[in-house]
Design a protein around this ligand. Structure first.
Ligand SMILES: NC(=O)c1ccc[n+]([C@@H]2O[C@H](COP(=O)([O-])OP(=O)(O)OC[C@H]3O[C@@H](n4cnc5c(N)ncnc54)[C@H](OP(=O)(O)O)[C@@H]3O)[C@@H](O)[C@H]2O)c1
Length: 262
């Protein structure tokens, strides 16, 4: 496969920071028209002003809270109104702590943003892509998708959903000219660590704590090739492989203390 043609516009969710901002910069550099989605529209407006001269194409800001049906429907409506699209389903966040003690509303929102919105927006984008035999969807999962994670139980489960959904849909799309890829980053230097309360743990990982730029660069290369899954970094790849080979009870027990709150 080749890179998605720049005539296909890109919509990036969670473009106000971290990986989403990185994807927006990279796609603008290629010359795609862009739609930037997040809640913090002040940040999106600043990014759009910076990216317009870089891309030479239109950069639109679409404020939406993906926790809400209204926000998700606004973005889904934009996607289903035309196409094809290059959709980067990136918005998401993590929560940490014992499942039974977690803030119920916050974890409801986590499922809605990380999983429900990803499925809804991919469903909205694909018919236009299939009609044009172009474009596709890059869904941001995580290395957390490969195993249950005690003390980040809901987060890991949402990412397993994204990985399985994407792999299944990508297989259905074979031969259609449309691609779907799950990106599974390990710890990455963004605002995620602070939001999820894991920044101190991530900061101790030294070189394993990857930059957003290098994750985005690796992801775009894999997406250009038509890969179905991308795990950036050899150490993350080794981790994912060992988790697949190890007995599940051992994986659960090894991970139990890792994100336990101290
Ligand atoms: N960083 C890591 O270590 C890591 C590892 C594996 C996977 N990931 C995944 O990578 C993706 C991007 O995260 P990041 O690392 O770049 O973290 P980040 O810097 O915190 O960015 C998260 C983005 O998601 C958006 N977002 C959150 N809740 C939203 C909502 N309700 N509605 C709309 N947008 C919302 C945020 O925008 P607003 O706050 O402006 O709405 C922000 O742009 C996430 O899906 C995350 O799970 C991250």
């Amino acid at each position: 496969m080749h890179p998605v043609p720049i005539s296909v516009p890109a919509l990036v969710t969670g473009a106000s920071s971290g990986l989403g901002e990185g994807f927006a910069r990279r796609l603008a550099g290629r010359g795609h028209e862009l739609v930037l989605v997040a809640r913090r529209t002040d940040r999106l407006e600043r990014l759009a002003d910076e990216l317009r001269p870089l891309s030479g194409a239109a950069v639109e800001v679409l404020g939406a809270d993906l926790e809400t049906a209204a926000g998700r429907n606004r973005v889904a409506g934009r996607l289903s109104a035309g196409g094809p699209w290059l959709l980067v389903n990136n918005a998401g966040f993590g929560t940490r702590g014992r499942f039974a003690e977690q803030d119920v509303k916050r974890e409801d929102a986590e499922v809605l943003v990380n999983a429900f919105a990803v499925r809804q927006l991919m469903r909205a984008a694909l018919p236009g892509c299939l009609g044009a035999r172009a474009g596709g969807v890059l869904n941001v999962a995580s290395t957390a998708a490969f195993q249950p994670i005690p003390h980040m139980a809901t987060y890991a489960a949402t990412k397993a959903f994204v990985l399985h959904l994407t792999e299944a849909v990508a297989t259905e799309l074979r031969g259609s000219g449309v691609r779907a890829m799950a990106l599974c980053p390990g710890p990455t230097r963004t605002e995620f660590g602070n939001v999820a309360g894991v920044e101190e743990d991530f900061a101790q990982m030294g070189p394993l704590y990857m930059s957003a730029e290098s994750v985005v660069r690796t992801a775009m290369r894999a997406f250009d090739r038509g890969d179905v899954m991308c795990v950036p970094g050899v150490v993350n790849q080794a981790g994912v492989t060992s988790v697949r080979l190890a007995p599940r009870f051992a994986v659960r027990r090894i991970l139990d203390p890792v994100f336990r709150k101290r």
